[in-house]
Write a protein that binds this ligand. Structure first.
Ligand code: SF4
Length: 102
């Protein structure tokens, strides 16, 4: 669901992390680039799609909060997007919106 009180998630990622998600070519490389260790609910490619669609449910997805994904994400994109920076921006935005307690 989209909450119109806040800037779009794509704009948040661009301003906070400097990552322009329009560079995603939907190649699916990131989705298979590491073992998810069972602590994800969506792939990184799906995560990017939710950000682009401004679906704020992405902010509470297990994938965003998975430390295993976070540690593996910096070089997960074949197109040079820094996925770790994207995840950090989403975590920060979730905290700003009061969606998580930590
Ligand atoms: S690897 Fe990068 S370009 Fe390919 S789908 Fe994932 S985020 Fe998009």
């Amino acid at each position: 669901m989209t909450d119109f009180r806040y800037p779009s998630l794509r704009a948040v990622v661009l301003s906070s992390a400097g990552q322009d998600l329009r560079r995603c070519s939907h190649c699916s490389f990131c989705s298979g680039s590491f073992d998810s260790n069972g602590d994800t609910d969506i792939t990184l490619e799906m995560l990017l799609q939710m950000v682009i669609m401004n679906d704020d449910e992405v902010l509470t997805s297990r994938t965003v909060w998975s430390d295993h994904v976070f540690e593996s994400a910096r070089h997960a994109c074949a197109n040079g997007l820094d996925m770790q920076a994207v995840l950090q921006a989403l975590r920060d935005e979730a905290r700003r919106r009061g969606l998580v307690a930590i």
